[in-house]
Design a protein around this ligand. Structure first.
Ligand SMILES: [Zn+2]
Length: 87
């Protein structure tokens, strides 16, 4: 059984909110571990990113969405614990 992920294991976005419903594998199938912004055609869209850079990017995105700054650490705090950033 494949594990079901609720959140993208790269940026922490709820996969339900992903307009494309997940990333895409090299063969065109859906990747349900990462969102479409992080993972496309079997590769990470930002392969050189660190967890810290991802946190900054997500904070910036949330600001664009009008989410108050004091709330963003709550959402980005868990990013380094996601599967992409372990080891
Ligand atoms: Zn993502």
């Amino acid at each position: 059984m494949e594990k079901i992920y609720k959140f993208c294991q790269s940026c922490g976005m709820p996969l339900k909110k992903d307009v494309k419903g997940g990333g895409t594998n090299a063969d065109g199938s859906k990747n349900l571990k990462f969102c479409s912004l992080c993972y496309a055609d079997g590769k990470f869209t930002r392969p050189d990113f660190t967890a810290k850079q991802m946190q900054e990017l997500v904070k910036g995105k949330m600001k664009e969405m009008g989410i108050p700054g004091f709330l963003t650490p709550f959402f980005t705090y868990g990013i380094p614990k996601l599967e992409r950033w372990r080891n």
